[in-house]
Each structure stands twice: as structure tokens, then as C-alpha cells.
Ligand binder design. Structure first.
Ligand SMILES: Nc1ncnc2c1ncn2[C@@H]1O[C@H](COP(=O)(O)OP(=O)(O)OP(=O)(O)O)[C@@H](O)[C@H]1O
Length: 263
């Protein structure tokens, strides 16, 4: 298993008469962690949906290792790409362990049972997200953050070559946010992740793409992309960006609009 190369080439996505994403190109080299950031409604989720093949591009192409992702056989796609999305189907009358085991399905023949390797991969995926103790609990009775970790474990059990995640730290407490993002960095996979927290994106991503109104407005290493000018232009907020002396990553401090004048 090796990390995949992702190339989104000049993709345009529409829904009815509405343009969701226009002429967007995003590239992730094998093993890179690439972040998508941008305000609400800027097109992050839509773009991810085109990559994991839910929303077909009206123009442009999504390529995995050079091949058109939308032409790959379903099974080939399922052993290559895993997605952790915001609204998973709610058909989960299953335990957490059973949900994670679903990640093994693309690797199996029809009706084949679980192998010792499947059991081991499920157990290690649960452990990786600190969810071993949740394994026998009904999935639909877990808290939001617990559920999120189980869904990440399901994607890990799939052993994807490209992992696509939409706001994976949503619902997670700070320790689990740091653990999950640290884990993504260590995976032998390419990662495309939409994040709202710019400081986490700056620390954990190799490169960022900033979306605004469905278009890429900036891209590059976090230190090049995250500037006070960008925060003002894209998000309409005042902020200061410094290189943090301990992490060496850019660190953003937001300045509330009603900040009292300096003494
Ligand atoms: N099926 C659809 N039909 C019409 N409009 C849609 C559809 N899906 C998304 N949109 C619109 O497209 C725009 C981009 O939405 P998208 O969910 O991709 O943004 P996002 O960057 O992920 O936002 P957020 O940060 O709020 O999650 C939004 O204005 C949204 O309302």
C-alpha cells in the first residue's frame, strides 16, 4: 500500500443553476497532508464530495495517480479512497466495532467473513482513536465526539491510499483534536482535510488551499498563506499572525471587532 497522488484539475461543480465551485485546482503529492480552509459556504465540502465521487464535476477532472477518479471501477475507488464526512448515513443499528469493521468491506469478496487480519485492523483502528472502550456500545448512542472518532476509525480500517475528511475535529475535545490530526500526519496515506481552525491547519498541514466563493484565492505552505491581509480579505476579521517560537508554525490571534483601543 502506498500513498496516492491527487490532482483536482480545473473542476467546476454546480447544483441546478447554482455554481458551487468554479475552476478549482488542488494537488496533493503522495503522503502530503493538504488542508482546505475558507469561510462557511466557500465550497470545501462540495470539493471534497467531487473527490470521493458523490458530486460529479461539470467541468475539469479529479485524478488519482493520473487516472480519472470518476472512471475507476467502484471497488478500485473503495480500496483507494476513504472519506470521513459530516452527515454519514444514519442506518447504524450497529456497535462501534461493527461500524469500524464496515471499513474492511471493500477489501473482501462477497459474503466473505472477517479474517484475523480484519479483526486486528479493526482493533488497531479503534485503539488509534482512543475508542477501544467504546467497541461494544451501540453507535447511535455515542456522543458526537465519540461517534466522530469511530467514523475516523472506520476510515483507518479501510487502509486507504487517500483519506478525505470534512471537519474531522468537529465535536472533538482538544486532546482528541490534537491526537486525530497527529495521527493523520503519521498515516501512510495522502490526506485532504477541510478544517475551520486555522491554527490547527497551520500546524498539521503541509500546504493549504484557501477557498472563497467557490474559488481558490490562495495556496501554499501555511506560513505563506496565513497572513493578516488574508484574514481581513477572506474572512473579514482582524488578526495578527506570528511564527510561534515553540512550534515554528504560524499562529493566528484574532482581534475582536469591538476590541478596546490600546492604552
Ligand atoms: N445541493 C446543493 N444545492 C444548492 N446549493 C448547494 C448545494 N450544496 C451546497 N450548496 C451551496 O454551495 C455553497 C458551498 O457549500 P459547501 O457546503 O461546499 O461549503 P463549505 O465551504 O463546506 O461550508 P461550511 O464551512 O459551512 O461547511 C454554499 O453556498 C451552499 O449553500
Amino acid at each position: 500500500m502506498s500513498a496516492a497522488e491527487l490532482a483536482v484539475d480545473e473542476v467546476t461543480l454546480t447544483a441546478g443553476a447554482r455554481c458551487l465551485v468554479r475552476d478549482v485546482s488542488v494537488h496533493a503529492r503522495p503522503g502530503e497532508v493538504v488542508g482546505l480552509v475558507g469561510p462557511n459556504g466557500s465550497g470545501k465540502t462540495s470539493l471534497l464530495r467531487a473527490v470521493y465521487r458523490v458530486l460529479r464535476p461539470d467541468a475539469g477532472q479529479v485524478r488519482l495517480d493520473g487516472a480519472d477518479a470518476w472512471s475507476l471501477p467502484v471497488r478500485k475507488l473503495a480500496v483507494t479512497v476513504a472519506a470521513v464526512v459530516q452527515e454519514p448515513g444514519a442506518d447504524f443499528n450497529l456497535t462501534a466495532r461493527e461500524v469500524v469493521a464496515m471499513g474492511r468491506t471493500p477489501h473482501k469478496r462477497l459474503l466473505a467473513g472477517d479474517t484475523a487480519e480484519d479483526h486486528a485492523l479493526v482493533a488497531s483502528a479503534l485503539a488509534a482513536v482512543d475508542a477501544t472502550a467504546l467497541a461494544d456500545r451501540p453507535f447511535d448512542r455515542l456522543s458526537g465526539g465519540e461517534r466522530q472518532r469511530v467514523l475516523i476509525a472506520r476510515a483507518l480500517a479501510q487502509r486507504p491510499r487517500l483519506l478525505v475528511l470534512d471537519e474531522p475535529t468537529n465535536h472533538l475535545d482538544i486532546r482528541h483534536q490534537l491526537d486525530v490530526l497527529g495521527l493523520l500526519r503519521r498515516l501512510p496515506a495522502t490526506v485532504l482535510v477541510a478544517l475551520h481552525d486555522l491554527n490547527l491547519a497551520a500546524y498539521y498541514c503541509d500546504r493549504l488551499y484557501v477557498l472563497r466563493d467557490g474559488e481558490v484565492t490562495a495556496s501554499g505552505p501555511p506560513a505563506d498563506v496565513l497572513t493578516a491581509d488574508l484574514l481581513r480579505e477572506v474572512y473579514g476579521v482582524a488578526g495578527e499572525v506570528v511564527v510561534h517560537p515553540r512550534t515554528n508554525a504560524p499562529h493566528v490571534t484574532f482581534l475582536p471587532a469591538d476590541e478596546p483601543p490600546a492604552p
